[in-house]
Design a protein. Sequence first.
Length: 375
Amino acid sequence: MSRRVCVASNMIAYPEGGGLMWVYLNWALGVTSLGCEVKWLEEVPPNVPTDALPDKIARLRDRLAPYGLGDSLAVCSLGGGSLPLAAGEGCLDLEAAAEADMLLDLSYGVSGDVVGRFPRSALIDIDPGLTQIWIDSGSLPLAEHDAYFTTGEMVGKPSARFPSAGIEWVHAAPCVSLEWWPPCPEVGEGAFTTVAHWYDGWEEFEGEPFLNGKRSGFLPFFDLPQWTDQPLELALDLDEEDEDRAMLLERGWRLREAADVSATPWDFQRYVQASRGEFSCAKPAYVRLETGWISDRSVCYLASGKPVVVQYTGPSHRLEDGAGAFRFRDLDEAARFLEQASNDYDEQSRLARALAEEHFDASKVARGVLERTLA
């Protein structure tokens, strides 16, 4: 499949987000594996100071270079205008990016003027349920695309608890580049880990506001270390004086600084692959809305041969408890599934990798998206 594809990201706004960057990298590498030429597009938001842009862009190019994408970075200002020469030095411009056969929009903040420069475009929804609510409420203005994909299995289904926002959504699984994420033996006394942004803002569903941070998701499970012998470690963005830090340590959680383990894509990958597996609660929105969501982070653990014990977020035909992935609904299930994953660890590691190969292979997922968009 020899095509030219432009992947739109928003990493300029999150320069230290090594874990987040893998969301975009896995798609870009999946497209590359199909023999396509890939460009990486950043539409710079106006709140980024002009004098900070050269360093931000240089840092992003350094992050992309190990994956063969350092010279593929294209940058433009909001609406598609050129950046000051010094800011965009060494980068492609929008004109070069728009020579692609299609735009793969993973940021869903790309302006209509930029989307319209491409002959075909596809939106990838990585916040299922929330994206549809934001669009429906008018809080997320969305440029028109030719195709719309979502990582939530329940989005657009008649039984969904949230609106489709008047869009025909096609499911596309969160993906992981199997070539770049090989199975990796457990290193030393590994723990079940996750990396998370602890606090987040309010969301509203059916007139009811609720906090949607990881803290709110983990709150019912704060005592979990006392229910299991498995070591549990959270890599969080907590200040030293934050009261939650002492509370988590007192309950038996291990803590790491998120900035230490995910500053770059390779830092994040080392952390995941040195883990025994993943344990994580979902943000409350995914549980409330039952989107059938699984995180882009979890599929990296699976590809690495690390079983995942994660919170139930609705029906899924891909995830069957006991086959590399376990989805808990309460504290008792969380503890029990951790023991099951650990007691049969070698087999669960094998099943985790097999699950990634069957359902989350970036080459397969990207091929389906490209074929449907370019048909």
